[in-house]
Design a binder for this molecule. Structure first.
Ligand code: ZN
Length: 136
């Protein structure tokens, strides 16, 4: 069964920490050891694992992406959101996180971020948790 997390972005570009929501889904799925595959079914959003302790890191990543891929440019796509499409491809639309003892295996400073590049919008993230279930 594929599960979904709903995300509501509030800005044009925004990184939203979804670690707790992913952990909740993992608990519902009852997987104690395995993997959690996360997939963003959108063309102008992405997902990444990076520092969650200092919000400046997310701001810096967004600032550099905006510098690398400006909102306005010599783009052909008529919808006017080519920068968002390009950023989504640069960052990537999937992540795989290991699961052990029913918890996501993340480093002390790591969080899972949904990356909005063409907000604000309602979005979703698909998850497939695979592995050994709790024996009852
Ligand atoms: Zn577009």
């Amino acid at each position: 069964m594929v599960r979904y997390i709903n995300v509501k972005s509030r800005a044009r570009t925004e990184f939203i920490d979804i670690t707790d929501k992913v952990q909740e889904v993992l608990k519902e799925a009852g997987i104690v050891s395995g993997i959690c595959y996360l997939y963003v079914p959108h063309t102008t959003a992405a997902i990444t694992v990076n520092e969650g302790a200092d919000p400046s890191v997310q701001r810096d990543i967004q600032a550099v992406l905006n510098k690398l891929v400006p909102f306005e440019g010599d783009y052909h796509h008529r919808e006017g959101n080519s920068s968002a499409h390009i950023k989504a491809s640069l960052v990537g639309i999937s992540e795989t996180v290991l699961v052990d003892e029913g918890r996501l295996v993340l480093g002390t400073w790591q969080s899972i971020f949904f990356c909005e590049f063409d907000g604000p919008r309602h979005r979703r993230v698909a998850l497939k948790c695979l592995g050994d279930k709790k024996s009852s």
